[in-house]
Design a protein around this ligand. Sequence first.
Ligand code: GLU
Length: 497
Amino acid sequence: MASHSVRISGMTVRVRYAPSPTGEPHVGNIRTALFNWLLARHEGGTFILRIEDTDQARIAPGAVESIFESLRWLGLDWDEGPEVGGPYAPYFQSQRLEHYHRASQQLVEAGHAYHCYCSPARLEEMRAEQMRRGMPPKYDRRCRSLAQDERRKPEDEGVQPVVRFKTPLSGQTVCADIIRGEVTFENDTLDDFVILKSDGFPTYHLASVVDDHLMGITHVLRGDEWVASTPRHVLTYQAFGWEPPLFAHLPIILGPDRARLAKRHGATSVLEFRERGFLPQALFNFLGLLGWSLDDKTEIISREEFVRHFSLERIVKNPAIFNIEKLTWMNGVYIRELPSDTLAGHLAAYLEEHLPPDIARPIDRSYLARIVPLIQERIKRLDEAAELTDFFFREGELTYSMADLLGKRFAQVPSEAASALATVRERIDGLEPWDEGSLEGAIRPLAEELGLKTGELFGLIRVAVTGRTAAPPLFQTMAVLGRERTLARLETASPTW
Ligand code: GLU
């Protein structure tokens, strides 16, 4: 639990989600957005979206749009940022270069940073040599104290320098972290890291510090992979004479096998979860519990309750475990809670997309509305609906095996199955009304008349009208299928030999 002062009272909380647009946001990464959003909403603060696109080589086409889309789908609205604007616009770092140039200049002038003219080839050679000697690769600081005339030569040759931060050669840097307490780093383990590249773009370290300062960020909540970067940030704040924000590094997310979270754990991009039929409220609930808890036991927590109760004090240090089975279970809970017409609305889109191509589109919405109550209790993901309901929509003949139709009971005596199906057809042909109750009233007594167990008769009818051995409750299914479809299927099913 939090061992450090959280210092929120009297402070207007301003937090940011600062993704780099390198691909579709992953669930692990969007947890950072969620926790920032929750803190802002709980505190009545401001949630800022900032796109960190300074590493031009790593930008993926479409990534920015998928960041917006993922946040919107989860209902994480931002108060300042792209598309909504705000007092510190622009919120794309690639459009803020003059701020970083000015800041870098300021550090150079104050003696906290310097131009480095070393060529990539020299750096490469140096690194290879260090590796050979079993030393950690680190810049040897050759340009840190170049004299005026030593600089002239590369400058005259037009070499574009990078700007490096002058990391103190000794001493320690202490990083206060709301979740981890104080983390101390030995300065001599830190490099003279680059803050401005030769192409004029800042590195992440400089851009993030400058923007967090200029945008008045009060709390930096981010994944724990950034812990090692924090001393560089703290030193940079000190060099500028700025007060750093409060840092909170969220616990790492692992798979149930305690290995680094990966696709094989079912963890994919947020938009793939949508694709796979998860509801945003279920993913929201699940992600909100990856590192935070209400009381160590409550699992189903609404969005409003999260906002009401969220606190930094209840974020844990220990790894959070991503268990896809738990998420799937939660999704089932949220599906069952939906009003059936809302669920029908969600399912329509999935069915149009996932039903086999021979089924006509668009599907009939009022027919779908009658099917939904039959499957609402049985599905845990929206995309399971296609597989469960395709027989409702199919116009032509169903495909199933004779073995499934006849089962054990009729395998040797198909003629008995044929006559049972014929009798069923006769009994229900003119049935009024065509509903669950009268279908059951007409068919159940037939079993005894025909000398069959109810299970044997119902199983036969089930395969004939649905094409499968397991389906939603039989009489409800027949009621929804309707008279015409049911009778036609009973007829085509009749084994003729
Ligand atoms: N751009 C970084 C990322 O992609 C942001 C890290 C931070 O929050 O400081 O995660």
